[in-house]
Design a protein around this ligand. Structure first.
Ligand SMILES: *Cc1c(COP(=O)(O)O)cnc(C)c1O
Length: 417
């Protein structure tokens, strides 16, 4: 089946393409990330509206740490999930009211910094970390609210990446649960609040996600009863996915409907926490790069871009072709004929000196000219953040933020609760 270049429509595309056309009249070829805050607000409002009352929504900063993205989201979420002091600084600068701190390799300096920042919840990932939290908390004279991250035997979740229900560096193995809980109880500076069960990345199956949450809730309630834990938090992490190459997206209404079953089981006072990254920000970001050259070698056509995987590594990292749209640009800089291809498949490749620098393969374009811009949607999550920006030392892309006032005020103000 031939994959065709996208033909996006709608207000967000109007805003983004207009901003990029504005860039096209500059001296330098276009290369930019565009973040559309209107689209971002729409998405987070939809998620908020879908989640039952008993749920709290955190944003996982690692998906996109742009200051404008963070300060916009800070108005709509209960807190930020962070994994380094750098992310803590960004989250606090953006006005985050609460933090949840995760990560399998926290240093003493990070733990100390996080506790000084007055974080809301520390997701502890090992026995050794638990002991160090006990020590550092005692030194600082604080009682640290802790959720124990557990890698369960069962109860995993399929997706592009799995963190639990299989061998990974995350969390305490379930077989050590009793021992870990006993240790937590023995440490005066540790206040065990619950469990953290983030299990997967980019899961598109809403029914599976519902079952995962329901099963996680049931498991936490069982463990709390068995080990006499005063349960406050069940943190089910993130992992809701985005259909990058088309097809059915994650069924948010279906998921929300199923969630009611899980939240009905929750005893009073127990919070169900989601830490979403990708699902909140992917749609709000676009990566755009101008076609610098067109060529054919060994019978295959290439569109060579001012940009590439050092800006947008996701398709290379995950081994798929990221869809793109062609944004035609009429301006032409040179006094000779403008090269073009018509009605054929091209590979979209970058400016790096490696054949791995490929964003998309074999995409059908009706017409593509040098000087046109390829625009890759769904680039707002794990795009710029995960890329090796300085490989080959090309200039970084512009970062354009399209500000649009949200249609209405968020129903939860900063500082909640
Ligand atoms: C990365 C991460 C998330 C967010 O994951 P998404 O797949 O982007 O939703 C949430 N919690 C933890 C602990 C993470 O490491």
């Amino acid at each position: 089946m031939t994959v065709r270049a996208l033909r996006p429509e709608g207000p967000a595309w109007e805003r983004v393409s207009q901003a990029l056309r504005g860039q096209a009249s500059g001296e330098q070829p276009v290369c930019a990330y565009v973040y559309d805050l209107g689209a971002l607000v729409e998405r987070v409002e939809a998620v908020r509206a879908a989640l039952p009352q008993r749920c709290e929504l955190y944003y996982a900063v690692k998906a996109n740490g742009h200051a404008a993205v963070l300060s916009t989201l800070a108005r709509y979420v209960e807190g930020f999930e962070v994994a380094s002091l750098g992310e803590i600084d960004k989250a606090l600068a953006a006005g985050a009211s609460r933090l949840a701190f995760s990560g399998p390799a926290k240093t003493d300096a990070q733990l100390t910094g996080a506790l000084r920042a007055g974080l809301g919840l520390l997701n502890v990932e090992s026995m050794h970390e638990l002991r160090r939290v006990g020590l550092i908390g005692a030194r600082l004279g604080v009682r640290v609210p802790v959720a124990l991250r557990v890698n369960r035997r069962a109860g995993g979740l399929a997706g592009a990446l799995r963190m639990a229900g299989t061998a990974t560096q995350f969390g305490v193995d379930e077989t050590l649960l009793a021992e870990a809980l006993e240790l937590a109880r023995a440490l005066p500076a540790v206040a065990l609040r619950g469990f953290h069960l983030h299990a997967a990345s980019n899961n598109l199956d809403a029914a599976a996600h519902t079952s995962f949450v329901a099963d996680s809730v049931a498991w936490c309630l069982r463990q709390a009863a068995r080990h006499r834990i005063d349960l406050d938090v069940i943190d089910v992490g993130g992992g809701i996915g985005v259909a990058y190459t088309g097809g059915e997206g994650f069924d948010l209404p279906g998921f929300a409907a199923g969630l009611a079953i899980a939240t009905d089981q929750l005893p009073p006072g127990v919070r169900l926490v989601f830490e979403l990254g990708r699902f909140l920000v992917a749609e709000a970001g676009w990566y755009a790069a101008e076609v610098l050259d067109l060529k054919c070698t060994h019978g295959r056509h290439f569109a060579v871009l001012r940009g590439g995987t050092h800006h947008f590594r996701l398709p290379a990292a995950w081994g798929y072709s990221h869809p793109f749209a062609v944004l035609p640009v009429e301006a032409w800089r040179y006094p000779f004929v403008r090269p073009q291809v018509r009605a054929m498949c091209v590979d979209a490749v970058g400016e790096l000196c490696t054949p791995r620098d490929v964003l998309a393969r074999q995409v059908w374009v009706e017409r593509l000219r040098i000087g046109d811009i390829l625009v890759f949607p769904l680039a707002g999550a794990y795009g710029w953040e995960i890329s090796h920006h300085d490989f080959l030392s090309h200039p970084h892309p512009a970062q354009l933020v399209l500000d649009r006032q949200p249609s209405r005020q968020p129903d939860r103000q900063p500082g909640w609760p």
